[in-house]
Every structure is written in C-alpha cells, then in structure tokens.
Design a protein around this ligand. Structure first.
Ligand code: T4K
Length: 404
C-alpha cells in the first residue's frame, strides 16, 4: 500500500498522467469532412441566418428524434430562454436544484422565479412526489431535466402538469440520442431543449436545439430566435438573436455522422469503468437502463463516505493531483449559488437528496479522448483511495491540506 501511495503525485511524485485528462473533452468527427464543409460555407458566402447547413442539421435531428420540428439555436441556454418565452411562462417555475446552473438562469434571465424541488435519490431526476407542495397560484410550469441522459418520470410529471394546468418543458441538454419508455427524448412535454456544446458527446462547438411536436409553438420559436421576425420588415414577437451559425451547423452535422461511434466508445468506457470500480464498498457507478437508448456521455460515480471513510472531495483532490480532472457536477446545487439562493431560509433542509448527491457525485473522464489504459489507471487510483480509508485521509491532511 505504501509503495503505491508514494507513487501518487500528491505525495511528491509525478502525476500518473503527464497530460491532463478532462471531463468534457470534445469528440471530433471527420476533420476532413468538416474542413470541406467550412470551405463550402466560405465559398457560398452564406455564414449564418438559416443557411443550408443549419437547415440540414435541423432535419437530421428531427429525423433522429422522430419529432416534427427542430429549431437550432446558438446554445441550449438561449434555447431554454426562447422556449420559456414562447410558452409564455411567468411567475414561478418548478425545477430541480440538482442541475447545471443554466436551467435556473434561463428562468431568472427572463424574470421568472425558479422554485427548487428535490430529486429522487436513485434517478437523480426531479421527484414528482415533492412537486405538488411547491405549486402556488404563481406557478406556470415545471421544467424537468433528464440528468445524465436518464429520462425523468415523464408520466408522473405529465399527470401533475395536466391536473394543475401547467406547462411542461424539459431541459434535455444531457439526453440527445436517449429514449424514455422506448420513445426518443425530445417528444415529451410542450417542448424540449438539447445542448450541442463542445463538452457534449455530439457537439457543434456551441449550439442547441429546441424540439417540439406543436406546430404553432414551433413557428413562434422560429420567429423568436430571429429577433421575432415573421417576414421581412414584420416583427410579430419580442425576439432575440438565438441563431446557430453555419460553421456550428457544419460541426454539428459532422458530429452527427459519427454519433454511433461516439456512443459505442462511451458505452465501452462505461462498461470498463463498471469493471474497474466493481466491489469497492461505497463507490457506485450510476446505472443506465439497458432497455433504453442511451448516449453514456456521463460516467457518474457516487461516493458514500460512511462506507469509504474518505469523502468525495478528497478523492477528487487525489485524482486532480494525478492530472485526472474530475468534476463535482452539480455541486453545491443551484439553490446554493449566490444569485439564486432561495428566499426560503430552510430550502437547503427541504432539498435533502440534492444536498446528499451534491456532496457524493463525481463525473469521470470519458469519450474518444480516453483509452482503456487511462480508465484502468483511474479505476486503480479510486480503488486505492476509497479503500485506504483513514490512512489516506490522515496522510492527505498532513501532507497536502495543511500545506495549502
Ligand atoms: N442544462 C444542462 C443540464 C446542462 O448541463 C447545460 C450545459 C445546459 C443546460 C446549457 O447548455 P449550453 O448553453 O452550454 O449549450 C460545461 C459546459 O460548458 C456546459 O455546456 C455543460 N452543460 C456543463 C455540464 O459543462 P462547465 O462550466 O463545466 O465548463 P468548463 O469550461 O469548465 O469545461 C468542462 C470540461 O470540459 C473541462 O474539463 C474542460 C473540458 N473542455 C471544455 C471545452 C469547452 C474541453 O476539454 N474542451 C473544450 O472545448 O460547463
């Protein structure tokens, strides 16, 4: 054990990996095809504003998801803002706190109060059983987040939305290419929004897509993302500039052409992680339903400190010292972020599962930038750290934390 510990960079050696291994390293499809497309864009002198590549990107997504309408946007955050406006939400909207801050910001940005709901400890998604007590006469909608690509309890959310006459939207930033009850995500609620940010398994540098089966809503969204123009010289809605550029769409199309390769790589990585991290008490990889389509873009491990006796943050620090840049998504929870801190003083107490998960979850590197050897080493380091218990804890505090 000691010999291994001495090899850890944190004890003065060199990091296991000379180059940093990131969570969110972009997958790159065919460079040649992308560069040809960029060349075509330059030759065509049509760089943005609903060009041919954006149109092709939208069609490709609509057909892959099996949804009537897809409107590409410059990113998912703006996509959410547009969807929120198009659905005419006001007052308060119920969302999970355990999500990327963009879900909450999209609401705040348009003057709506996000009301934070706790999540289910197993699925990490908004817990429908906790929603009804949060509904007030100001509530106009629920936004579910399909966290890590695992579908929300859509049916329960639909039931609540119907009974209280609320709109239902989904932040599907993690869930492109995923299904729920064998139906592709993108077909639920009034509208769903995907992200194609560089860190997503399928990317368009920056980008998003709003999808819906509601034709009237789709028209409105299409106008709103283009300043509200419904025709030349005619503005029907307050709009914004939410357009995707041609270069982004070219990258998006090129990524879409490699989507099966990306998913296969992610799936293989996930299964290797499962093996490497098997039988480590207190360390559990989240599971994905084999009956569903899944992009496996997030490898999420939960560390139960009461069993490992070393907490998530220390394991995170050990990994960083080894150049393995894990992320504590989504610590500390939106309700704890300065501009979003709830007006309800004991909100934190109500969000028991959120607080627990935010202190236990760690995202590990995956995607095409990482190989079997790296995953094996990451697994060994986590095993060593998690089973070292008090010994490691003590040494860490003595050697590192006190010095910093
Ligand atoms: N809703 C949810 C649930 C989301 O997760 C997100 C975005 C959104 C909405 C909003 O979608 P967008 O408006 O972004 O389309 C990153 C992404 O920027 C963000 O898109 C994503 N979620 C979030 C989960 O992750 P940060 O703050 O963690 O980014 P950053 O710069 O720290 O990079 C993350 C990791 O990726 C690092 O390890 C570095 C690596 N990376 C990143 C980029 C951009 C690379 O290796 N290469 C790159 O080009 O938010």
């Amino acid at each position: 054990m000691k010999k291994h510990l001495n090899e850890l960079a944190i004890f003065g050696g060199v990091p296991t990996f000379p180059e940093k291994l990131h969570v969110g390293r972009p997958n790159i499809g065919s460079k040649q095809v992308l560069l040809q497309r960029i060349n075509d864009i330059l030759d065509s002198k049509w760089l943005t504003n609903n060009g041919q590549f954006v149109q092709a990107f939208e069609q490709h997504i609509a057909s892959l998801v099996g949804v009537k309408h897809c409107i590409a946007t410059c990113n998912a955050t703006t996509g959410l803002e547009i969807a929120i406006r198009a659905c005419e939400l006001t007052g308060e909207v119920i969302i999970p706190s355990f999500t990327f801050v963009a879900t909450a910001h999209a609401l705040k940005w348009v003057g709506i109060e996000p009301v934070f709901c706790d999540v289910d400890p197993d699925t990490h998604n908004i817990d429908p059983r906790k929603i009804e007590s949060l509904i007030t006469d100001k509530t106009t909608a629920i936004i579910g987040v399909h966290l890590w690509g695992r579908g929300c309890d859509v049916e329960a959310l639909e039931d609540i939305a119907k009974r209280y006459k609320l709109k239902l939207l989904f932040d599907a930033a993690h869930a492109f290419g995923c299904s729920h009850q064998q139906k592709m995500i993108g077909n639920f609620g009034d509208v769903e929004v995907f992200s194609f940010n560089a860190t997503k398994f399928c990317n368009s540098f920056e980008g998003g897509a709003i999808v819906t089966n509601n034709s009237e809503l789709a028209d409105k969204i299409r106008y709103m993302k283009n300043f509200g123009f419904s025709d030349y010289d005619c503005v029907d809605f307050i709009g914004t500039n939410g357009k995707m550029s041609e270069v982004s769409a070219a990258m998006g199309l090129t990524s879409l052409e490699s989507i099966e390769d990306f998913i296969n790589t992610n799936r293989e990585n996930y299964h290797q992680y499962l093996q490497e991290l098997s039988n480590i008490p207190g360390v559990n990889l989240i599971s994905y339903d084999k009956a569903e389509k899944c992009n496996y873009q997030y490898v999420i491990v939960e560390i139960d400190e009461s069993i490992t006796r070393i907490n998530r943050d220390i394991i995170h620090q050990i990994l960083w010292a080894e150049n393995i840049l894990t992320r504590r998504y989504f610590y500390p929870g939106c309700h704890q972020m300065k501009p979003l801190r709830s007006r309800i003083a004991d909100m934190g107490l109500m969000l028991t599962n959120t607080r627990r998960l935010a202190s236990r979850v760690l995202a590990l590197p995956t995607g095409t930038a990482i190989g079997a050897k790296e995953i094996s080493n990451i697994g060994q380091i986590i095993r060593l750290a998690a089973t070292g218990g008090n010994t490691i804890n003590e040494m860490l505090y003595q050697n590192v934390l006190r010095a910093s």
